[in-house]
Design a binder for this molecule. Structure first.
Ligand SMILES: [Mg+2]
Length: 281
C-alpha cells in the first residue's frame, strides 16, 4: 500500500481523468476517531463542512456506508440528499432509493430473542455494551478490562449463536473490539457497493465516474478486495501486508486533509488547466 500524500500527483491525475467522483466512506474510525463508547462518536464540524461542500457539488456523489443503523447514522452525519447505506447495506436511503432488505426484516424476531439471551447472560460484565440496531446486534467489548471477561463473552456468544449459524439463520462477524450478529442476507459493504455500481449509480449519477472508497475495518477490507484494481481505495490506519487497498492514510485527521484536497483539486481541474508546479495541499 502506498501513502496517499507520497503519491498525490498520481491521485491528482486519476481525479483529472474522470469528470465525476463517487465518494463512499465508512464512518467510525474513518471520518471520526474510534471512541471508547459508540455513543461518544461525533462527526467533527470541519469534516461535516467539507462533506457538505462535496455533497453540494455536481461533480461528486457522496455516500456513507456503515455498520450503524440508519436512524443513528443519519443523526450523526446530518447531511441531506446523500446516500446512507446502514447496517452494512441492509438499509439503504438516498436520492431515488429507500429500501430495507426483506430477508433481514424476517430475522427481526430471532435477533430480538438473541439480544435478550445475550443481555441475560452478559449484562453483568463491567464495560460490555450490547447494542440493538434493529436489524443487527453489536456487542462492544472495548471497555471490558479483564481478559477472563473477554474470554467469557466470546465463549458465551459462540455457544448462543452456534445453532443459528449452523442453520444459517444468523451470522457472526468481528470488527474492532466488536462482534456483529447479522441476519443471513447477502448484503455486506462489498456486495452493497457492487449492487450500487451496477444498478444505482449509472441511473442516478452517470456511467463514467471514479469510485473512491475509504474505510478502516475488516468489513472495509472486503470492499478493498472486491474493488481491487478498478477503483481508488484508501485504508485508514497502520498499513499491513494483508490489507489490499491501493493507498493508506494514518488517521481520520488525514482523511479530513485528503477530503479537502480532493474537493479543491476536483473543482480546480474542472475550471483550470493543471499547473506543472502543482503541489499537494
Ligand atoms: Mg470503521
Amino acid at each position: 500500500m502506498k501513502y496517499v500524500f507520497d503519491h498525490i500527483q498520481t491521485i491528482n491525475e486519476l481525479l483529472r481523468a474522470q469528470k465525476k467522483i463517487i465518494l463512499l466512506t465508512d464512518f467510525d474510525g474513518t471520518l471520526t476517531p474510534i471512541r471508547e463508547h459508540p455513543d461518544l462518536a461525533i462527526l467533527p464540524e470541519e469534516v461535516r463542512q467539507i462533506l457538505i461542500k462535496i455533497s453540494n457539488n455536481k461533480m461528486f456523489f457522496l455516500g456513507i456506508i456503515t455498520g450503524r443503523s440508519l436512524r443513528q447514522i443519519k443523526k450523526l452525519v446530518n447531511i441531506q440528499k446523500i446516500l446512507y447505506a446502514a447496517n452494512h447495506g441492509i438499509e439503504l436511503e438516498g436520492p431515488g432509493i429507500r429500501v430495507t432488505s426483506p430477508e433481514a426484516k424476517k430475522a427481526r424476531c430471532i435477533l430480538w430473542h438473541i439480544y435478550m439471551r445475550l443481555f441475560n447472560s452478559l449484562s453483568h460484565i463491567e464495560g460490555i455494551y450490547l447494542e440493538d440496531k434493529g436489524l443487527t446486534i453489536s456487542l462492544h467489548y472495548r471497555l471490558v478490562e479483564k481478559t477472563r471477561d473477554v474470554e467469557f463473552i466470546t465463549k458465551t456468544l459462540s455457544s448462543i449463536i452456534k445453532p443459528y449459524s449452523e442453520r444459517k439463520t444468523l451470522s457472526l462477524s468481528t470488527g474492532k473490539m466488536v462482534y456483529e450478529i447479522r441476519p443471513p442476507v447477502k448484503w455486506n459493504k462489498a456486495t452493497t457497493i457492487q449492487w450500487l455500481l451496477t444498478n444505482y449509480f449509472p441511473l442516478n449519477f452517470g456511467e463514467d465516474a471514479l469510485l473512491i472508497y475509504l474505510g478502516d475495518d475488516k468489513a472495509d477490507i472486503e470492499v478493498f478486495n472486491a474493488l481491487k484494481g478498478k477503483e481508488l481505495t484508501i485504508f485508514v490506519g497502520s498499513p499491513s501486508d494483508t490489507t489490499v487497498a491501493d493507498y493508506f492514510v494514518h488517521s481520520p485527521e488525514e482523511v479530513k486533509t485528503f477530503l479537502e484536497h480532493l474537493y479543491k483539486q476536483k473543482c480546480k481541474s474542472d475550471h483550470e488547466q493543471p499547473e506543472k508546479s502543482d503541489r499537494p495541499i
